[in-house]
Design a protein around this ligand. Structure first.
Ligand SMILES: [Zn+2]
Length: 154
């Protein structure tokens, strides 16, 4: 979950929430959603996705989705021929609460967390960063248990 705070993704609604609180909200049925909107310029209609919103279980999405719905209604509908079709699609998606991207987010976070895991001490399990040790040192010692560490793992 730290990956979210590190700013790899822009998620609205996570401000001020700790990792524990986020997990708690997710267990209660919170979701990550995006809203769709469309902008038509001359004959081109662009499909856009909003930022990702973190929606708690007891929170409504109508207020959050309405901005994008209004953008579609104002700017999207008149593009021919897709403007009206896309606008109606986005209306339906947004009124249903946006597109649920919770699984995708959680998977991305999981991957991020796994790839962040460095090597661990084979004796006590403390994680260590090979970058903290000198490659030309005669031996590496665990900072926790002072036993030798496998050298040169990157
Ligand atoms: Zn150790």
């Amino acid at each position: 979950m730290l990956a979210l705070e590190a700013g790899t993704m822009d998620i609205i609604g996570l401000e001020g929430l700790s990792e524990d609180q986020i997990q708690f909200e997710l267990s209660r049925g919170a979701r990550f959603v995006v809203f769709q909107y469309f902008i038509s310029i001359i004959i081109l209609t662009f499909k856009r996705s909003s930022d990702i919103y973190f929606i708690k279980a007891d929170e409504g999405t109508l207020g959050k989705g309405i901005t994008h719905t209004v953008i579609s209604l104002l700017l999207g509908w008149w593009g021919i021929p897709w403007g009206p079709i896309y606008t109606i699609q986005s209306l339906i998606t947004n009124l249903r609460g946006g597109r649920d991207v919770t699984q995708a987010i959680l998977q991305a976070v999981q991957k991020e967390t796994e790839s962040c895991k460095g090597p661990v001490c084979p004796h006590c399990g403390a994680s260590y960063n090979p970058a903290d040790y000198r490659q030309d040192a005669p031996g590496w010692l665990c900072s926790q248990c002072r036993k030798p560490l496998p050298k040169g793992v990157t």
